[in-house]
Each structure stands twice: as C-alpha cells, then as structure tokens.
Write a protein that binds this ligand. Structure first.
Ligand code: FPP
Length: 226
C-alpha cells in the first residue's frame, strides 16, 4: 500500500494522515471486492523492515490497525469476511496482537472473503521460520533431521497457509520491486504496477488492474492453451 507518505506530503499533512487515508482506502475497496466476488486479499500493512521507521510512525500504523479492527469487526462479520494474520507476533504491540487474534478467532467460520493482514511480515523471515518449524517438528518427533525438505513441506509451514498463491499483485505509487512481500506465493503472480498513490487507489483503479489481469495469458511454465 505504497504512497501514503507521499500523498500526505503533497497535501502538507503529516505522514500518519496518509496512513489514515490509506486505511480508509482499504475500507472502500473491501465493499467493492465483496461485490465483485473476490475471494482472497492480502494487505502489506507492516513489513519486517518497517521497524526502521521513526517510533511515532510505527505507533500510528499499529493504532490505525487497532482502530480498523475495533470499528470494522462487526461489519466484517456481517459481510462474512474471514480475517487472517500473516507474520511474526514478535515486537508487535500486545494490544494489536490481542485485537488481530480476536478478529482471526471470531471470523473463523466466515467464507465470503479471506482478508489477510500481513503484519510484521517479510518473506525471508517467513521461509526461514518455515524451515525451522519443519526441523523442530522432526526433532520433537525423533525423525531424521537430514531428510530432504520438499517444497510442499515449506508451503504447509508458511504464515499464509492454507491461503492460495497470489494471482494478481498490485504495487502502487510507482515502485517496481517486491519488497520481501509474498515471494514464495507470488512465484507465478501477475504483477501490476501503477503510479497511483495508495490513498487514491479507488474503484476505477481496481477495475483497471482487474481488466489488465484478465488479458494476461497465464502459463505457469507450460504452454498457452489454444
Ligand atoms: C507504505 O507507504 C505503507 C505502509 C508501510 C503502512 C500501511 C499502513 C496502513 C495503510 C494503515 C494500517 C491499517 C490497516 C487497517 C492495515 P509509505 O509510508 O512507504 O508511503 P511513501 O512511500 O509515500 O512514503
């Protein structure tokens, strides 16, 4: 959700106001996503590298997340949205961990849309964590530690499991890199780059990205079907 800071700066506002408008953009897009019947959305809300930001900005991002859950959980329930969290809980403020856990638990039975908050998330951390989990589980069960690890073993231990791989990855604000986001899951994702700043990413922008996606020929390493 890039461009919150630039959006604020362009308006002479503080960066936290940009994040607030970014959070409003999520809210607006959720309704559209539900109407369109999208099944899975992952939001890169806070990366493992975002800890490098000033403490006041970090605090404002977690406060916005807390506020979002406090204000929207009821509506997410009504709309049959299931909340997920991907990422490590280490260093995340306890209040935010409690709130996201509550949202995850309370929406477990919902099935219209999976809304995955990638929070304190980074793919390098995720894959390392997955490998370490496999090794500790083998150790616990007295199994051989030197048996080869298979891609499916890693997949089952990713933070995002059992959510499906990414079809369309949208990167806003003119950035053209993946920034440690869902690297494993995006192995065959179509990547849509737009100059639009995240707070300005509206219904029309979502439609444009989906229209672009619909024209992509997906081969997954095979040949295009005729
Ligand atoms: C990237 O833009 C954005 C973030 C690191 C934070 C995104 C967080 C929110 C939208 C609020 C969290 C709330 C919920 C509900 C998940 P940037 O700050 O890097 O912008 P810039 O590149 O213009 O400086």
């Amino acid at each position: 959700m890039d461009g919150n800071g630039r959006w604020a700066k362009a308006k002479g506002l503080q960066r936290k106001e940009g994040h607030r408008e970014g959070s409003n953009a999520i809210d607006r897009l959720l309704d559209i996503a539900l109407t369109l019947g999208l099944k899975n959305i992952s939001l890169y809300a806070f990366s493992t590298e975002n800890w490098k930001r000033p403490p006041s900005e970090i605090t404002s991002i977690f406060s916005l997340l807390d506020e979002f859950i406090d204000n929207k959980l009821g509506r997410l329930q009504e709309k049959n949205v299931r909340v997920w969290h991907s990422g490590s809980t280490k260093r995340v403020p306890r209040s935010s961990v409690r709130k996201i856990d509550k949202a995850v638990q309370e929406t477990k039975g919902n099935s219209a849309l999976n809304l995955n908050f990638c929070l304190n998330y980074g793919s390098m951390d995720e894959i390392t964590h997955a490998v370490n989990k496999i090794l500790s589980s083998r150790k616990e069960k007295g199994k051989a530690l030197d048996k080869a690890i298979k891609p499916s073993d890693i997949e089952k231990n990713l933070y995002t499991y059992p959510l499906p791989p990414v079809d369309l990855l949208i990167r806003t604000a003119g950035e053209q890199r993946l920034s440690n986001f869902l690297l494993w899951q995006s192995a065959y994702a179509e990547i849509y780059f737009t100059d639009v700043l995240w707070p300005d990413f509206d219904k029309q922008c979502l439609f444009s990205s989906l229209e672009w996606y619909a024209k992509r020929v997906r081969k997954f390493g095979g040949l295009a079907s005729s």
